[in-house]
Every structure is written in structure tokens, then in C-alpha cells.
Design a protein around this ligand. Structure first.
Ligand code: SAM
Length: 241
């Protein structure tokens, strides 16, 4: 967004006008299974976080000062729960807009008996802006975001300069932003955006992509990509200032 459209947007917001932002998702009202509904009812009081709570005190949320990993768009949450289970010394926050995904994630988390995971059912862009303190996260994960294949839809891709700049402000210095995609054109777009964003170092020795890290479990969308014969591109950037 350029300066003059930013000013116009701010003016309109001050006047109380409703401005519709371009969103990275289309809300699908999928039905909850009984298990998902039961898991939300049982686990929400301990694991659910609300956007309306405002800025979070992470030490209070988790009852400790462990490093916090935040994942955007966790889908059904299987790989997020596996990561949280494998790393009890870390805290995890997942953000997803699709309610059945949130239910499925809480079901998995309940079965796994983990206590180091909290979830939001909300737009990650708003959660980052309103609920996460600056320089508070050690890692941000964005795995297989919706690729918005058609050129005229590329503006809906969540990876845009403004978004990655907002992510950087939430990372601690030295914190890592890890992305993965099975869509080559989106991988190229991610690289282009990150190369234009100040304050990040690419951890790739070849200044582009990274070998697949062992600690990233196979996600549902990655499996689908494999079936379709797609490649996978991992990108990792460190906040350097
Ligand atoms: C293609 S799926 C990938 C899911 C999962 N990461 C995986 O690899 O299996 C992308 C997910 O991101 C979610 N999503 C898209 N934009 C979002 C946003 N702004 N905030 C939260 N979730 C979002 C969608 O609802 C969807 O579940």
C-alpha cells in the first residue's frame, strides 16, 4: 500500500467507515463433526485464545517463559500438534480461520495430552496486529499457505511486503520465519518479497531455498502435493535487526 492510500484508509477508519481489506482466505462454513464440536467444548476454556482479549502476556498464557513458536494457517493441525508434542520445552500458538480445522486440532491435542499449545480461530493478520507484542516470538511458521494460483488473485496471497514486515516486528532479534510451499510460482513470489523486505537474513547457503528440515512433520497439504508430483520449497529467514 502506498502512503496516500494508507492515509485515505486511516482517514476512513477514523470516520468510522467500514473498509473491506483483501483477505488471504474465503471463509468456508464446513460442518463440524461430533468429535470436533466436543473437542472445542472441552478444550476451548484451557486452549482457546480470543482476538477480543487484546495484547497477550505470553508468560501468563503458558505459565512459563519458554520460547514461543507461532503457526499461521495450521489447517487440521496434525503437524502442529506433532511439533508441540516433540518439543515440550517450547510453547506453540496456532492461528486458523476454518472452524473444523480448529476442532480437529484440539481433538489431536487432547488425545496427545499436550499442554504447550494454544489456538486462535481468527484472521492471523488481525491477531498479529492486536494480540502479539513486538519482539516476543522465537519462530513463525507458514506452511503451504493458499497459493491463489490465478494471476488476478495473487493480491490475495498472504505473503506480501506489509505482512512480512509486520511478522518481523513480532519476532525477537535472531528469531526465524519459516515458510514452505509446493507451488513453485509461490516459492518464487516468497523469495522476491523477502528479498525486498529489510531486516531479514536468508539462511539458505545458496540465497534461495533450504533443504527440508527434519523437525517439520509432513503436513496434509504437503502429502497432497507429493501425490500430485509437486516439489516442495522451504524458505527460512532470520530477523537480523
Ligand atoms: C492450504 S491450507 C494449508 C494447511 C496446513 N498448513 C497444511 O499444510 O496442511 C492453508 C490454510 O491457511 C488458512 N488461512 C488462510 N489465511 C489465513 C489467515 N489470514 N489467518 C488464519 N488462517 C488462514 C486456511 O483456512 C487454510 O486452512
Amino acid at each position: 500500500m502506498n502512503d496516500s492510500s494508507k492515509t485515505r484508509l486511516e482517514q476512513a477508519q477514523q470516520e468510522g467507515k467500514y473498509i473491506r481489506r483483501i483477505r488471504s482466505f474465503v471463509k468456508r462454513e464446513g460442518r463440524l463433526t461430533k468429535g470436533q464440536a466436543a473437542a472445542i467444548e472441552k478444550c476451548w476454556p484451557t486452549m482457546g485464545l480470543e482476538h477480543s482479549q487484546g495484547l497477550l502476556n505470553l508468560s501468563e498464557v503458558f505459565g512459563n517463559d519458554n520460547d514461543v513458536v507461532l503457526e499461521i494457517g495450521f489447517g487440521m493441525g496434525k503437524s502442529l500438534v506433532e511439533m508441540a508434542k516433540n518439543a515440550p520445552h517450547l510453547n506453540f500458538i496456532g492461528i486458523e480461520v476454518h472452524k473444523p480445522g480448529v476442532g480437529a486440532c484440539l481433538m489431536e491435542a487432547d488425545e496427545a495430552g499436550i499442554t504447550n499449545l494454544r489456538v486462535f480461530e481468527h484472521d492471523a493478520v488481525e491477531v498479529l496486529a492486536d494480540c502479539i507484542k513486538d519482539a516476543s516470538l522465537s519462530t513463525m511458521q507458514l506452511f503451504f499457505p493458499d497459493p491463489w494460483h490465478k494471476k488476478r488473485h495473487h493480491k490475495r496471497r498472504i505473503v506480501q511486503l506489509e505482512f512480512v514486515e509486520s511478522l518481523r516486528s513480532k519476532l525477537k532479534i535472531g528469531g526465524i520465519f519459516h515458510m514452505a510451499t509446493d507451488w513453485e510460482n509461490y516459492a518464487e513470489h516468497m523469495l522476491e518479497v523477502m528479498n525486498a523486505a529489510p531486516g531479514y537474513d536468508n539462511l539458505s547457503e545458496t540465497s534461495d531455498y533450504m533443504p527440508r528440515p527434519n523437525n517439520r512433520p509432513l503436513t496434509k497439504f504437503e502429502q497432497r502435493g507429493h501425490r500430485l508430483g509437486h516439489g516442495v520449497w522451504d524458505l527460512m529467514f532470520k530477523r537480523c535487526n
